[in-house]
Design a protein around this ligand. Structure first.
Ligand SMILES: [Zn+2]
Ligand SMILES: [Zn+2]
Length: 75
């Protein structure tokens, strides 16, 4: 079976997971949109937020949101 490089970390995997949103292939660690910084992630989130009514999240503020999204990448 052909091995595929994870589009995020480059690790070779026999069992790639294809992202439903960006159609790239990823290892088991990075298969979720959140885990590979999916190019469609902001669209996915916008859709989810829209469903939950974004007005309710006003108190968190933009900075808190950005920190949560990019906090993982700090190191
Ligand atoms: Zn990976
Ligand atoms: Zn993706």
């Amino acid at each position: 079976m052909e091995q595929v490089d994870c589009a995020y970390c480059g690790e070779k995997t026999d069992l790639p997971f294809q992202c439903n949103y960006c159609s790239d292939k990823f290892c088991s660690e990075h298969r979720l949109p959140e885990d590979h910084r999916c190019v469609k992630l902001h669209q996915i989130r916008a859709k989810r937020f829209g469903e939950n009514k974004i007005q309710r999240r006003k108190g968190i503020g933009r900075q808190g949101f950005i920190k949560r999204v990019f906090g993982k990448l700090g190191q």
